[in-house]
Ligand binder design. Structure first.
Ligand code: HDD
Length: 713
């Protein structure tokens, strides 16, 4: 499928050429030291005699070891674990009415991008399948400079003010005395903090939902989270919320599956993204915007500046304006994915900030963190961070400066350099901040319009299907079950009760607790200090239900099975026709088939042909697949009694996957939980190679999971 690769246009080529300049190609070259000296022996250090001690003189050994000793840089404080990819953004329709940003006005330009998708809490080596928010950060290399949209896969956040960010992160990370647990929020300090922060309840609904355990990084929505501003060339401002809608739909795994994947393949998401791009199945997202005129700022039941609130799509529809395609894996993880430096303050003319107090704090944090992570104010000179726009200013020197600025002039204004570089007028593309009028007292306080912490949490919960609600209940039972301090569990139940009494009751049952009498949760945010802290309020929302918030009801859901992984449980004697018919149909629909057998190499089919084996039962596990097919043939006799096969099918059944078996393959189901029943998502067929059966299985796979099989809590 390699031919799917498109040629990037000018901008994309410019970035590629830029990266090319720094790409080392050792093909056919001699090995050298960092100084270019050809190396004669890379296996032995310089010694006094063959068995002698090392000689300090060995500058080649010292150079190699010194470089190795300094290979690591500090990992990101949050979002340490990430996957990156190159791609491009293409605009569908000019947005000049709202923004003057050039890349949002010219449909003929393909803007190169680099994306980094990450987990938040865990260290660099932690598992991909942690229950966590996913970072969704995109750097657009536009012709007017870099624009970074540094968002998440959830549209809201835990806290309203950046002042609380270090506390949130300290609470969720491994506890400081023993650094346990790794990449998990299921522990006392996190829930202690949450139980005292009612403003986190809406985000808690999202993180306890299946959104926090995506099936693939390619199957997640992305959000800019904050309200930003679009500014047009008349200097008019509109508020804007950014959405990324995945072409493959929004899908998740279930929690039991997530935990098992972490054991079987903790790089599951990283590998999935890498392989899809490598095979030419380029992931795509459409960019959507919700645009709100300035005049409507106060029209809502919530404050647009409050990052714990979303704007329901029923109130302001999402307009799709372009698409992002990921078409190239990085050449080097460290140089690109690790060294990329994002910053919500990297904007271009036409995009500006709102006064969201979380965003305002972020505008300080990101450059500051790059200074300690990348170690120099020259981090913008690293190839992956370099703009493709011309870059000239009077900033000079600093660690690892690459740029050589000739001449005497490093100040403005100057006459010796002819006044260069010049400032740009707004009409020449110079960035000007939106001239919002500010006339206020200097206070440490939070607006009372931020005080409703529960009604959108309730909206989210009410918008879920029963299955999704059950998953939230189970997640909360798991998380709070891991909390040892009973008072924290109870305090959290008190907050959940304000979101939905039935939810709180069901979680409480699992914990063997009663929902406590309504306690007045203190609202730390509102009021100048704890003495005049106010109670949070719950406003009636106009919107009671929003399908866009449910992954199952989501209107953008597609029935594609493209890139879905299907396991064929095989052994010697399998009927080739049964394998071939199903395989061809699945692959034609874009799915990927893996032949699983007792050993690697190949097996003989009933027709006497060799069938190449992709994975043995030792490596394959149901949790790494989206569906399973047991073909007809003598293989059934061998598979029936294999524990690995039984476990495979039982897990598929437990995790609500569609199971198909054909001919004697149906016998394999006998010793498992998956009894043949089309109404229960276990499809069987006696007429080997029947196209109707194959089509039906593909249609079922398109619905992702057979949720009805799941037992209610
Ligand atoms: Fe942040 C990294 C997203 C609040 C401070 N953040 C980081 C990354 C993403 C986000 C996606 C990883 C970028 C990458 O891949 O390199 N952060 C968010 C979102 C937030 C948010 C969506 C709320 C809406 N962050 C937030 C606050 C602060 C920070 C309030 C501090 C006041 N974030 C950071 C940071 C990081 C970071 C410490 C760590 C590594 C980095 O910046 O480059 O500066």
């Amino acid at each position: 499928m390699k031919d799917k690769k498109t040629n990037n246009s000018d901008g994309a080529n410019a970035k590629q050429t830029d990266l090319e300049r720094n790409r080392s190609n050792a093909d056919g070259q001699f090995m050298t030291t960092d100084q270019g000296l050809k190396i004669n022996d890379d296996n032995n250090q310089l010694k006094a005699g063959e068995r002698g001690s090392a000689l300090l003189e060995d500058f080649i050994l010292r150079e190699k070891i010194t470089h190795f000793d300094h290979e690591r840089i500090p990992e990101r404080i949050v979002h340490a674990r990430g996957s990156g990819a190159h791609g491009y953004f293409e605009l569908y329709k000019p947005m000049g009415e709202f923004t003057k940003a050039k890349f949002l006005n010219d449909t003929s330009v393909k803007t190169p991008i680099f994306i980094r998708i990450s987990t938040v809490a865990g260290s660099r080596g932690s598992t991909d399948l942690a229950r966590d928010v996913r970072g969704f950060a995109i750097k657009f290399y536009t012709q007017e400079g870099n624009y970074d949209l540094v968002g998440n896969n959830m549209p809201v956040f835990f806290i309203q003010d950046a002042m609380k960010f270090p506390d949130l992160v300290h609470a969720v990370k491994g506890e400081p005395h023993n650094e346990i647990p790794q990449a998990a929020s299921a522990h006392d300090t996190f829930w202690d903090f949450i139980s005292l922060m009612p403003e986190s309840m809406h985000m808690i609904m999202w993180t306890m939902s299946d959104r926090a355990i995506p099936r693939s990084l390619r199957m997640m929505e992305g959000f800019g989270v904050h309200t930003f501003r679009f500014i047009n060339d008349k200097n008019e401002s509109h508020f804007v919320k950014f959405h990324w809608k995945p072409k493959l739909g929004t899908h998740a795994v279930v929690w039991d599956e997530a935990q098992k994947i972490s054991g079987k393949n903790s790089d599951f998401h990283k590998l999935d993204l890498w392989e899809a791009i490598d095979k030419g199945d380029f992931p795509e997202w459409e960019l959507g915007v919700q645009i709100i005129p300035e005049a409507d700022e106060h029209k809502f039941d919530f404050d647009l500046l409050d990052p714990t609130k979303l704007v329901p799509e029923e109130l302001v529809p999402v307009t799709i304006i372009g698409k992002m395609v990921l078409d190239r894996n990085p050449d080097n993880f460290f140089a690109e994915t690790e060294q990329i430096a994002f910053h919500p303050g990297h904007v271009v003319p036409g995009i500006d900030f709102s006064n969201d107090p979380l965003l305002q704090g972020r505008l300080f944090s990101y450059t500051d963190t790059q200074l300690s992570r990348l170690g120099s104010p020259n981090f913008h000179e690293i190839p992956i961070n370099r703009t493709i726009a011309p870059m000239h200013n009077h900033q000079r020197d600093g660690h690892m400066r690459q740029e050589i600025n000739p001449g005497r002039v490093s100040y403005h204004p100057n006459s010796l350099g002819g006044g260069c570089p010049f400032q740009a007028k707004a009409s020449e593309g110079g960035f000007t901040s939106y001239d919002e009028r500010i006339d206020a007292r200097k206070v440490r306080a939070r607006s009372t319009s931020f005080a409703d912490h529960f009604s959108q949490a309730t909206l989210f919960y009410n918008s879920q299907t029963d299955v999704e609600k059950n998953h939230i209940i189970k997640a909360l039972r798991f998380e709070l079950g891991k909390v040892e301090t009973v008072a924290i569990r109870k305090r959290t139940l008190g907050l959940l009760d304000q979101v939905d009494p039935t939810l709180a009751k069901k979680v409480a049952e699992g914990l063997g607790l009663e929902v406590p009498q309504p306690e007045k949760p203190m609202n730390h945010g509102v009021g100048a200090d704890a003495d005049d802290a106010q109670e949070p309020i719950k406003k009636t929302q106009k919107i009671k239900n929003s399908d866009a918030l449910s992954m199952v009801k989501n209107p953008t859901l597609t029935d594609t099975i493209a890139t879905r992984q299907i396991a064929f449980l095989c052994a010697a004697g399998v009927t080739g026709k049964s394998v071939d018919t199903m395989k061809k149909a699945l692959e034609d629909a874009g799915a990927m088939v893996k032949i699983v057998a007792p050993h690697l190499g190949s097996i003989k089919t009933a027709e006497g042909k060799d069938l190449a084996v992709d994975q043995s039962y030792m490596i394959a596990a149901s949790v790494l697949f989206d569906g399973v097919f047991i073909p007809d043939g003598e293989n059934a006799a061998a598979l029936k009694d294999m524990d690995e096969v039984k476990e495979f099918i039982n897990d598929s059944f437990k995790h609500c996957k569609f199971i198909a078996a054909e001919g004697t393959g149906v016998d394999v189901l006998k010793n498992t939980d998956a009894k043949p029943d089309a109404d229960a998502g276990v499809l069987t067929n006696q007429n080997v190679g029947d196209q109707k059966f194959v089509k039906n299985y593909i249609a079922k796979l398109g619905t992702h999971r057979f949720w009805e099989r799941e037992k209610a809590v």
